[in-house]
Design a protein around this ligand. Structure first.
Ligand code: AAO
Length: 519
């Protein structure tokens, strides 16, 4: 019996130690709730965006593109994905220099917007990356000899003998050893079992923490052993106390693509931090596109009820920088800015629903060129100047962006739903209504209410909103400005009921009201 108690205590102790490692908290400030991925933006533009737009509109943080020095592939192209091929951990990239990076982190932190770094720690550049100084700060490296003196890493810091495939690359996602010990698309695979490599990776991440970042999106986690990641995360310092409370651990969200049916599951990683829930965008795309007989009213059980990971572990998104252009996974159901009407609805749904930490995508346009269903231009980098440098983001008088930057996060409907999510933060989902088809509505306590019409006919119904009586401004068709409303007005009677009429032909067939849109 005593032995049993002892074991039990030991188990509790191990669990507690395990929990103390967990880094699931994004450390948002001022009740903010959403991350925006400013894909390929320059640091100076992000700094300005934090001050002029993100903070005033209540965005919680920015996921930035990898800040490490990377290979430069300029014949003939400069693909966006060159940034996922590190050459060193120097902070200089096509997004800017180390000084610009530091300035961005300070300015964003000073207005309460967190910075999350995309950490590429599974590998260095591709094995065919050659030799020389074709790198974003001009550091010399040799891919053929696996020599990266600016870190430094040399041949014995990479997985070579562990991988059993003849190509040296991952050939079968059904074999967990291949997926973790072989090269992902020929990228030189770091041996994270080595203390030295773990130390170098942790040193890079700790430098970023010192500078004030709030956490990391960790790239390609499926391809790293959970034990190796646990060791690296265990070496990370607490966040910089200039901006964060004492003893705050960096927020960790891990990219693990798990649509089901593969040898490696997200469950191997959730104890270490949050994980990207890829089923979310793939399914939501099918629902709004009405593929596979999906209907919006089936989302009554959206979240864990759709066999997604548990709420506290998930980072969710409608699309990401990979699957908006056919990379990664999710398939053709993924909705992007190219389908803007559906996209606004899907992002609106995500931001209204309580499940997960939400991430909004912010993209640039490129010349799509489909041949047999595949975009030949899926590699195209961000808007650039003739010398190859990334263009600055210009802002038009109407607050949209120019020069090829899409800025989905500045679309009124999306910005206003980011605010909605903050206003209803912590409130339960209540007062669900549906028409057994593609018209649904739900509330968030007495703080907000949203109604969608994705059917091919008009929605015309009186619903219990759970909100206090008064006139509210719909934040989709317009917004409250001073004490007037530029969009539809919704009259909520003292019993909480309101009448909604949404034509399927409306520019945006959904309506959202919240406590702060009352006039
Ligand atoms: C480039 C070239 C390569 C070249 C390489 C080295 O394109 O031809 O060999 O350079 O020279 C990005 C680009 C890559 C690029 C790379 C380096 O997307 O094209 O390679 O930079 O420059 C897997 C990983 C996942 C990864 C994703 C793209 O598991 O971690 O591939 N995403 C991250 C980043 C991404 C980046 C990297 C990692 C590398 O977000 O931007 O790559 O740093 C399955 C697996 C997934 C696997 C996908 C795609 O998905 O589950 O784990 O993702 O395949 O290979 C069904 C299944 C679904 C399956 C899907 C697709 O839907 O249900 O599970 O089919 O087959």
């Amino acid at each position: 019996e005593r032995k049993g108690k002892g074991l039990e205590l030991l188990f509790i102790l191990i669990t507690l130690l395990g929990l103390s490692l967990t880094q699931h908290n994004p450390h948002f400030k001022h009740g903010r709730t959403t991350i925006v991925h400013l894909f390929e933006w320059r640091w100076s533009d992000i700094a300005a965006e934090c001050e002029r737009f993100l903070a005033p509109k209540g965005f919680g943080g920015v996921q930035i593109s990898p800040p490490n020095e990377h290979i430069v592939l300029d014949q003939p192209w400069r693909p966006w994905w060159q940034r996922y091929q590190p050459v060193s951990y120097n902070l200089c990239s096509t997004s800017g220099s180390e000084e610009e990076f530091i300035d961005m982190v300070i300015r964003c932190n000073n207005v309460g917007v967190n910075i999350y770094v995309d950490a590429v720690i599974n590998h260095m550049c591709g094995s065919g990356g050659g030799e020389g100084n074709h790198s974003s700060c001009g550091s010399w490296f040799s891919a053929s000899n696996k020599n990266f003196p600016s870190v430094p890493y040399s041949a014995w810091d990479f997985n070579v003998n562990k991988c059993r495939t003849s190509s040296g690359d991952i050939e079968n996602y059904g074999d967990i050893f291949q997926v973790r010990d072989c090269r992902l698309v020929s990228l030189l695979d770091l041996n994270l079992e080595k203390d030295y490599v773990r130390g170098k990776v942790a040193e890079y991440m700790n430098k970023l923490i010192d500078l004030g970042v709030a956490g990391f999106r960790v790239d390609a986690c499926k391809h790293m052993w959970p034990g190796d990641l646990e060791n690296v995360y265990g070496r990370l310092q607490n966040l910089n106390t200039t901006w964060f409370p004492r003893d705050s651990k960096p927020f960790i969200f891990q990219e693990v693509i798990d649509l089901g049916g593969e040898a490696i599951s997200y469950t191997d990683y959730v104890h270490l931090g949050r994980v990207t829930e890829f089923k979310y965008g793939a399914k939501l795309g099918k629902v709004f596109r009405k593929w596979d007989e999906e209907k919006l009213f089936y989302t009554r059980t959206w979240g864990e009820g759709w066999s997604f990971m548990s709420d506290g572990n998930a980072v969710v998104f409608v699309d990401n920088h990979d699957n908006q252009r056919g990379h990664g996974a999710g398939g053709s159901s993924i909705i992007t800015f190219w389908d803007s009407r559906l996209y606004k609805m899907a992002v609106g749904y995500m931001l209204a629903h309580p499940y997960g930490v939400t991430r909004v995508m912010s993209s640039y346009r490129w010349n799509r060129n489909f041949v047999n269903g595949k975009d030949q231009n899926d590699w195209m980098g961000p808007p650039s100047n003739t010398n190859g440098s990334t263009k600055s983001v210009s802002v038009n008088p109407d607050q949209t962006c120019g020069d090829g930057w899409v800025c989905e996060h500045r679309w009124r409907q999306i910005t206003n739903m980011v605010i909605f999510r903050n206003v209803v933060n912590g409130q339960p989902q209540i007062n669900w209504w549906d028409n057994q088809s593609n018209q649904v509505a739900f509330g968030r306590g007495d703080r907000g209410f949203i109604v969608f019409n994705n059917d091919d006919w008009t929605l015309n119904v009186t619903l219990n909103t759970g909100m206090s009586g008064g006139t509210y401004c719909d934040v989709i068709s317009g917004q409250k400005e001073g004490n007037t409303c530029t969009g539809k007005q919704i009259l909520v009677s003292h019993d909480g009921n309101a009448h909604f009429k949404i034509s399927n032909l409306d520019e945006d067939p959904f309506v959202a009201i919240h406590a702060e849109s009352k006039i």
